[in-house]
Design a protein. Structure first.
Length: 510
């Protein structure tokens, strides 16, 4: 049946112009892999694909899907049932699939394709020495010892009904402390002894890598988590052939196969695209020529950091340009708004502090939260990222403009008034030149902060140097992380240096 599907692929109608299919993933290894398999299968059938891999937590990815900002991403039925629909768990996989299929279609117009063939349930893991010393076999055993243990859990797991809150109700877990850790970071923290308990997934390659013990869910708290492609309303309506193509993967991936594939990318460091191409070929879904064109990319798993960075130089340069675009557009917009506003507030000082403090409240919002708030309004990609960065840039520019002009050399200002200069002349020829260093300091601060904050734009599909950082964290690849972090640091120095030159040019010599 697989061979017949391959020999008679579903392709767009002749002459029909089909828009790019936006394939996304969440920020962990298996999601990267499944999304890449979706993308390569679509490309093999003649579709153009736009990858938006490594989106933030479930809420970000699903909000993007239901608003048609993305077309498809891999999701799990148990996550859909509890985290999105907020319904009670069931132990029957077929019942869970029927429920999420019906309710997602009715509420959101989204469609669950038939499951891919494996489950990837949550797994609570501890070091083997911890399990031996405390005689931990089940989650009930963990509950009896939990007050002496430190937990390192993903932010998604901490807040979800099928995560920590549900476990606390079902088992009475009360940890000594709970830290929010990114998916790949938590394994390093557990191995290093910084935490004692983590959440993972049953197919994770890191479990074998660190020789961890998975505790038995003896009260059957976790529901079935069957992996499947979750498709947007827009894709079903506009490109039904793409939806049909994605069903070719349904039922073909086993749990043992996924554990092996995850180990290749998470432990052996094989590139995700290479692993995906090999598996599609093994399943008979692509031709050898197609797979080999994907797999011919250099396998850099044994290369050093410098060699890796040099090999990725073209990609890094393109990401740096995208990053610079995000920073420059948002910064120019912030200057255009904050500079005149600061000057206006200086002339009417009564409400100045209240306005500036109100703008400063934006600085208290976590960056990823502000980016997530933008998705329902602006979708994902460059526009919401630029808007968020613009909002973050306002405060330092506004504060420094107001303070610099207000406090500019009172003696010089008084002398200007004594000479009979008008308020506009005093502002133009005295206050602004004297305030220039303070104003530029605010702009430089905003610019450097923007370069760093823009790396988080990867979690809403905006691209830039955050892409390799997010992927590297998900895949525990230090070289990949450095390929984003080092250029971002250099870009921050470059931007600050250019603005430093502008500051010297704008500052009066006497």
């Amino acid at each position: 049946m697989v061979i017949l599907t391959f020999l008679s692929p579903i392709v767009p109608a002749e002459g029909q112009k089909v828009r790019p299919i936006i394939v996304a993933s969440k920020p962990f290894g298996e999601s990267f892999l499944l999304a890449e398999m979706f993308a390569q299968l679509l490309e093999a059938r003649g579709f153009e694909v736009d990858r938006r891999l490594g989106l933030g937590a479930t809420e970000i990815a699903f909000n993007a899907l239901r608003t048609n900002a993305i077309d498809v991403y891999p999701e799990y039925t148990g996550t859909g049932l509890l985290a999105i629909l907020g319904q009670q768990p069931s132990a029957d996989p077929r019942e869970v699939y029927r429920e999420v299929s019906r309710e997602f279609g009715r509420r959101y117009g989204a469609r669950w394709l038939p499951p891919l063939g494996f489950q990837n349930t949550y797994a609570i893991a501890v070091r083997r020495t911890t399990a031996r010393d405390l005689r931990l076999v089940t989650l009930s055993d963990l509950a009896r010892n939990s007050r002496t243990l430190r937990a390192g859990l993903t932010p998604d797991f901490i807040g979800r009904a099928d995560g920590l809150p549900g476990l606390q109700k079902a088992y009475g877990l009360r940890f000594q402390s709970t830290r929010a850790l990114l998916p790949a970071v938590k394994y390093h923290a557990l191995a290093a002894g910084e935490v004692d308990v983590i959440d993972g997934y049953s197919t994770d390659g890191f479990i074998a890598r660190y020789d961890l013990v998975i505790l038995e869910d003896d009260r059957a708290f976790f529901p079935p988590y069957e992996a499947a492609a979750l498709v947007s309303p827009g894709l079903q309506r506009e490109v039904p052939a793409a939806t049909a193509t994605l069903t070719e993967l349904s039922g073909l991936l086993s749990e043992s196969a996924m554990r092996r594939l995850n180990r290749r990318i998470e432990v052996d460091g094989v590139p995700v695209a290479r692993v995906a191409a090999g598996q599609l070929l093994a399943l008979g879904l692509t031709s050898r020529a197609t797979a080999e064109s994907r797999m011919s990319a250099t396998d850099a798993s044994d290369r050093g950091v410098l060699s890796y960075l040099w090999g990725q130089r073209v990609t890094i340069f393109g990401l740096a340009l995208r990053h610079l675009l995000l920073v420059s557009v948002s910064l120019i917009a912030a200057i255009a708004v904050a500079l005149p506003l600061g000057l206006a507030l200086e002339r009417g000082r009564g409400a100045a502090e209240s306005v500036i403090r109100g703008v400063g409240v934006l600085q208290t919002l976590p960056s990823i939260a502000l980016l997530a708030f933008m998705i329902p309004l602006l979708g994902i990609g460059v526009i919401p990222a630029v808007v968020a960065l613009f909002l973050y840039s306002l405060y330092p520019i506004l504060r420094n403009t107001y303070t610099g002009v207000r406090d500019a050399a009172p003696a010089a200002v008084n002398a200007a008034w004594a000479l009979g200069m008008t308020p506009r002349q005093v502002l133009r020829y005295v206050r602004l030149p004297l305030a220039a260093p303070v104003i530029m300091a605010g702009i430089r601060t905003a610019a450097v902060l923007n370069v760093g904050t823009a790396t988080l734009a990867a979690f809403i599909g905006a691209g830039g140097l955050g892409d390799p950082i997010a992927a590297g964290l998900a895949l525990s690849d230090t070289r990949m992380i450095l390929s984003g972090a080092l250029p971002a640091a250099l870009l921050a120095l470059l931007v600050d240096g250019v603005l430093g030159v502008c500051e010297r040019a704008a500052t009066p010599r006497r």
